[in-house]
Design a protein around this ligand. Structure first.
Ligand code: GRF
Length: 191
């Protein structure tokens, strides 16, 4: 019987965080990336998956919303949302209690909720004249960006920063912390 812990990554876009997570866990014997799922067949994350030799697949919204999708995840222990834009349906939250982890590119509870994703977040931060932003890694429940916060890290926002400047700082924080926070969380919850 395999004692490996298997992660599925859900990603909607470029997948640079997914790549960092894959790189990180490549060095671990007991935690593996089982598959990458995307809601977009043309998302760049599929190219990264191919390059890194990790299986990747696209799901349609109607399949994702059906409980029968659980069949696809029967060997999965944790789901990692790395830039994934759809709301997680309740059947998935129930099937993976405290086992779905998301990263949000701002300091929740600020700048969270529906429509607050990608560049929209950084534009809102700059528009609001914030002097800092950051990342939030949190558990997922039925509401966007409302689950228990596991970790936050901050960066400075200067008056001259554009949304792209903020995005760059946020990505650096994400790459530095997300894989390690996932690992620490999983290891501290191992039976
Ligand atoms: C990240 O900033 C993540 O926090 C947000 O979407 C972005 C995804 O970037 N939710 P990438 O696809 O990992 O490059």
């Amino acid at each position: 019987m395999s004692t490996k812990i298997r992660l599925a990554i859900f990603a909607s876009g470029s997948g640079s965080n997914a790549e960092k997570i894959i790189d990180h866990f490549r060095q671990q014997q007991d935690i593996v990336i089982a598959k990458i799922w995307s809601n977009r067949s043309n998302a760049f994350v599929h190219e990264r998956a191919k390059k890194l030799d990790v299986p990747s697949e696209t799901f349609a919204k109607k399949d994702f919303k059906e409980k029968s999708f659980l069949q696809e995840l029967k060997d999965v222990d944790y789901i990692i949302l790395a830039g994934f834009l759809w709301l997680i349906p309740s059947y998935l939250v129930e099937a993976f209690p405290s086992k779905i982890i998301n990263i949000h590119p701002a300091l929740l509870p600020k700048f969270g909720g529906k429509g607050m994703y990608g560049s929209h977040v950084h534009e809102a931060v700059v528009r609001a004249g914030e002097v800092e932003s950051g990342i939030t890694i949190h558990l997922v429940n039925e509401e966007y960006d409302k689950g228990e916060i596991l970790f936050q890290a901050k960066c400075e926002v200067r008056a001259s920063d554009t949304p792209d400047d903020v995005a760059e700082k946020i990505h650096a924080l994400e790459y530095e912390h997300f894989p390690k926070v996932i690992e620490d969380y999983i290891r501290s919850h191992k039976a």
